[in-house]
Write a protein that binds this ligand. Structure first.
Ligand SMILES: Nc1ncnc2c1ncn2[C@@H]1O[C@H](COP(=O)(O)OP(=O)(O)OP(=O)(O)O)[C@@H](O)[C@H]1O
Ligand SMILES: [Mg+2]
Length: 605
């Protein structure tokens, strides 16, 4: 993505420049069309002046035509044929020009959309925390589409019509400059009206697009959490909230429509008044003998010929207003820079990482907020460090600093002694495999979800990875086995099944550092045992940072860090910590109670 440019729309030029060939071909076609439109009323003038009123032909036409065709029916036939030819040429040019511009517009949109998607994907999680998915979608679809309309109307409406107006104005000036100036005197007024409404419309459209963004953000969120909505029977409540958002969007659209609706008639009124004045004056010039009836015909034809493009230009004014808003909204996203800056210039170490270290790390999600304070520990290959602590104490947050989902606000995370901020992101992330607390799966088969862990991995690799962590029989139990399709976000699978697939995926990735955020939901005893075994297989020989909610993980860890409100309050191995009392001992007691408590007590009557 190119760096932010000075003018908000300068980046669009970069895309248009790539289409220069198509755009210049289109511009040529449209200029030819403007020429045809300027020529179109001329045969009519000669029909009137030289066929009907039988005046002598102008010298150049007299010379161009053979003797037989200089009068009467033969002359009429020639002129009629020329009119027909011009009409056909106009149709052909419109067809070709439309094709060229529409296709170029489509390609521009395609390129912008691809680049924007690539850009958004790489923005740090901090951006995605601030923006709802639906709103991002609304800019990727609606606003980008607006740019396509712009390219099309630029070529199809704006260019030929502007050229036609200029061409016709020049010819009118040549025929009778005084009359022409009168006829063209309304142009500045029309221009002023166009500018006035274009600005008003832009404001209104900005409102519309922002309201629509909010509406889609809301819709996407509700549909993604539809289970919660149904579970609590809040459909009517959400209908109300949708209505509220949609109502605001509707009000903004109506406001924009009001502006646009006033625009056309205002232009038409000015054009009608001007036409009346011009016809009256022109007819009086013919009576005085300054103009021929044919000249008046050309003038009137041009006047109509100018009024139509002027109206088209008015339409284009609306498109420009809308496009300005779209450019702003897309430009905002383009200007977003990742808070996590890759350092691709630095050389990636050739070896696999051996040691992960946190050195006095401090962190907050928002400026000024403190979520982690002075976190220090080291983790070597083959060892396991467990993080325990009450919910919200910052365990998952610590894990997210390792692959640089966020950067610490104080201290540093080091990989083999090097600050992770100085490593290329691609190297860093290849060193770390993550099993998230709530693993996300894609709408694809199970094996494809596992194979996602490594680019180019095949079905056999996925099956092998699942075997290695010992979850293959769980997968084979599912109807369809490895080829079973997972629904969007994996909702067709249980939490334990999702976690198993995520572990196999991390195994396939074969990174020297693994981070496991155990699911905090309780699983049945057998699934839990399977999961623990899978975790320990994945963790063996690697440097494992485990966020533990289970007894067995904690007991076997080489180092346990006890976290409370973002600080390490105790550290050591299980036996020592237990003996020392304090937070760990009480957490342990609570875990034991949970593990040994009868799950369901049936009281006999
Ligand atoms: N994306 C986020 N944006 C802002 N604040 C966040 C974000 N994620 C977590 N927090 C806050 O950071 C704190 C630590 O959250 P974290 O997810 O690290 O807790 P945790 O120890 O993993 O808890 P649990 O055991 O429930 O998973 C919480 O107070 C939480 O509100
Ligand atoms: Mg967590």
């Amino acid at each position: 993505m190119s760096p932010v440019t000075e003018h908000p729309s300068a980046w669009l030029l970069d895309y248009l420049r790539k289409e220069w060939l198509a755009l210049s071909a289109g511009a040529l076609l449209m200029s030819l069309r403007a020429l045809v439109l300027v020529l179109l009323p001329w045969p009519l003038k000669y029909i009137l002046d030289n066929v009907i009123f039988d005046r002598p032909l102008p010298t150049w036409l007299h010379r161009a035509l053979p003797d037989l065709m200089r009068h009467g029916m033969p002359l009429l036939n020639v002129l009629a044929l020329i009119m027909l030819g011009l009409g056909a040429l106009d149709a052909l040019l419109v067809y070709l020009g439309n094709r060229v511009f529409l296709d170029a517009g489509q390609r521009v949109v395609f390129a912008i959309r691809s680049d924007l998607f690539a850009h958004l994907q790489r923005l740090s999680l901090e951006f995605h925390r601030r923006h709802r998915g639906g709103e991002v979608m609304s800019r990727l679809s609606g606003d980008v589409k607006q740019l396509q309309d712009f390219v099309a109307s630029l070529g199809i409406d704006l260019l030929p019509h502007a050229l036609t107006i200029v061409g016709m104005a020049v010819v009118m000036l040549l025929i009778d400059w005084r009359y022409a100036l009168l006829a063209l005197s309304s142009a500045p007024l029309l221009f002023y009206i166009a500018r006035f409404y274009s600005r008003r419309l832009k404001q209104a459209v900005r409102q519309v697009r922002n309201q629509e963004g909010t509406l889609w953000g809301f819709t996407q969120e509700i549909l993604a959490s539809v289970q919660v909505v149904q579970a609590f029977s809040r459909e009517a409540h959400e209908d109300g909230r949708f209505g509220e958002h949609a109502g605001k969007s509707l009000a903004a659209s109506i406001q924009a429509n009001t502006v646009q609706a006033r625009y056309g008639p205002t232009m038409n009124l000015v054009i009608a008044v001007a036409t009346g004045a011009i016809v009256w004056y022109g007819a009086s010039r013919v009576i005085l003998g300054v103009l021929t009836p044919g000249d008046l015909l050309v003038f009137l034809a041009y006047l109509r010929g100018i009024a139509t493009p002027a109206r088209q230009l008015a339409k284009a004014g609306a498109v420009i207003g809308r496009t300005g808003v779209a450019l702003e909204r897309i430009g905002e996203y383009r200007a977003e820079v990742s808070t996590v800056v890759d350092s691709p210039a630095s050389v990636a170490p050739s070896s696999r990482a051996q040691r992960l270290e946190f050195a006095s790390v401090g962190f907050g999600y928002r400026p000024g907020e403190v979520i982690l304070r002075d976190i220090s520990f080291a983790l070597e290959a083959g060892k396991t460090v467990a993080l325990v602590g009450p919910t919200g104490s910052g365990k998952s947050t610590i894990a997210s600093l390792v692959p640089r989902f966020y950067d610490p606000t104080g201290g540093a995370v080091l990989l083999d002694g090097r600050d992770v901020r100085s490593l290329p992101l691609s190297y860093l992330r290849a060193q770390v495999a993550m099993v998230l607390q709530e693993p996300a799966l894609f709408q694809a088969s199970i094996w494809e979800n596992i194979a996602y862990g490594r680019a180019g991995a095949q079905r056999e690799d996925a099956v092998r990875a699942a075997r290695e962590v010992g979850v293959d029989h769980l997968i084979e139990q599912l109807p369809g086995g490895y080829d079973a399709m997972v629904s969007e976000r994996g909702l067709s699978l249980s939490g334990g099944q999702r976690q198993c697939i995520a572990i196999a995926r991390a195994m396939l990735c074969d990174a020297p550092v693994v981070i496991l955020d155990e699911p905090s939901s309780s699983l049945d005893a057998r699934t839990e045992r399977e999961l623990m075994l899978a975790l320990s297989r994945l963790a063996s020989r690697r440097a494992a940072l485990v966020i533990a909610h289970r007894l067995s993980t904690v007991m076997n860890a080489d180092l346990i860090l006890v976290l409370e409100r973002g600080q390490i309050v105790q550290r050591g191995i299980h036996a020592d910590l237990l003996a020392a009392g304090g937070l760990y001992a009480s957490l342990w007691q609570a875990m034991r109670d949970e593990a040994t408590a009868p799950k369901l007590r049936i009281v006999a009557p």
